[in-house]
Design a protein around this ligand. Structure first.
Ligand SMILES: Cc1ncc(COP(=O)(O)O)c(C=O)c1O
Length: 381
């Protein structure tokens, strides 16, 4: 019988494909180090919490520039615990940018508090500080800012508002490992900051992972107790806690990958620069980058008028794309009870209709990047 590949039409054999992500290629590039790290944890059989997690926590805190890091099982847990250690409770309100991944808002809801959404800026698509103050009430407890797509939001402007109203500031850094605001690493500005190590993130585990960072020893200690069933001494439970521990294997993997993060982020920045320079198509708009923002380009998002047509054009030319995010938080079914309606946040609603993310990852070759630029430049509305 003929081998399957030989019976495929010629067209398929020569099809060029640029995937949105290439995690297998990244693994191959550091396979030796990763395999040793995993084997060490297995040899020591310290799978849940333990010395590998403690080692990673120390390195990650040093890397970000905070006194403490608490390793957790996801970024969602980090946000949940961040608000919990700030004593957020039923009846409180928390300011959340409406343009974010839904988990930012979940954290508020888990504690029985209410996410109060704020629209984005027309050009950066980030939390717009000018729209925050009119949403603050006597119930407001905290503001969560999201460094969306790897680009810092305007921290000084948001922090000024938080300080004026005596509110906590939580940074959602899930997409922004080592992004810089006015030259300083994000995650060092808020009362607490939260990271995700979901596999596709700039620093990604081989499964789920997250961390909370802070300079406050009381917050760090409470987060450590809460993640471990509310316990610091085995079988003694100080408060109702969670199982949110980081796994030893994930910590060992993240420890290896942390050494490569700088170089991977540099490559992301290089690719972004090529896109910003070579894509010259009047139908395309890019995320505007203020001078104080050094993005680590977790995603490269553009907007385009006839999105479906544009996506088809990319697909026909072998380029994968994604949409971040097709439905803004306030219009999600899960938040029907908050009684928001279409038209409440016109900028994010407009953005959600037109946004497309094109491939940007450190594994891409220059040939991939230049090819995408050419394909996009050929697109006509
Ligand atoms: C902005 C933002 N916040 C929170 C999260 C939640 O992180 P995780 O998936 O690790 O729970 C993510 C991850 O997708 C995210 O992008």
């Amino acid at each position: 019988m003929e081998p399957v590949s030989a019976s495929l039409p010629q067209m398929f054999k020569s099809t060029f494909r640029i995937p949105f992500l290439n995690l297998k290629k990244q693994y191959r590039s550091i396979k030796k180090e990763i395999d040793v790290a995993i084997q060490n944890v297995i040899n020591d059989s310290t799978f849940s919490g333990g010395p590998y997690v403690e080692k990673f926590e120390k390195k990650f805190a040093k890397f970000i520039g905070t006194k403490y890091a608490v390793g957790l099982n996801s970024g969602t847990s980090a946000l949940h615990l961040a608000l919990k250690i700030l004593n957020t409770k039923q009846g409180d309100e928390v300011i959340v940018p409406v343009n974010t991944f839904i988990a930012t808002a979940w954290a508020v809801s888990y504690l029985g508090a209410k996410p109060v959404f704020v629209d984005c800026d027309r050009e950066t698509w980030q939390l717009d500080p000018r729209k925050i103050e009119k949403k603050i009430t006597s119930k407001t407890k905290a503001i969560i800012g999201v460094h969306l797509f790897g680009q810092p939001f305007d921290i000084d402007a948001v922090k000024r508002i938080a300080d004026r109203h005596k509110l906590y500031l939580v940074e959602d850094c899930a997409q922004a490992h080592d992004a810089k605001y006015k030259g300083k690493t994000v995650g060092t500005f808020g009362d607490v900051a939260c990271f995700s190590f979901y596999p596709t993130k700039n620093l990604g585990a081989f499964g789920e992972g997250g961390a909370l960072v802070t300079n406050n020893p009381k917050y760090a200690l409470r987060a450590k107790i809460l993640r471990n069933q509310g316990s610091s001494i085995k079988y003694y439970h100080e408060e109702i806690g969670f199982n949110m521990r980081m796994e030893g294997i994930q910590a060992a993997i993240l420890d290896v990958k942390l050494k490569h993060l700088n170089q991977w982020n540099k490559r992301r920045q290089e690719i972004a620069k090529t896109y910003q320079t070579l894509i010259k198509n009047p139908n395309i708009t890019m995320q505007q980058q203020p001078v104080w923002a050094e993005s680590v380009y977790h995603l490269f998002v553009i907007t385009v008028n006839q999105r479906e047509r544009f996506i088809k054009h990319l697909k026909k030319n072998g380029v994968e794309s994604m949409i971040h995010y097709p439905i803004p938080c306030h219009l999600q079914k899960a938040y029907r009870h908050l009684e928001y309606k279409r038209g409440d946040f016109p900028l994010v609603e407009e953005y959600a209709k037109h946004c497309v993310s094109i491939p940007l990852n450190p594994e891409m070759t220059n040939q991939d990047v230049n090819r995408i630029c050419r394909i996009i430049n050929k697109y006509a509305n």
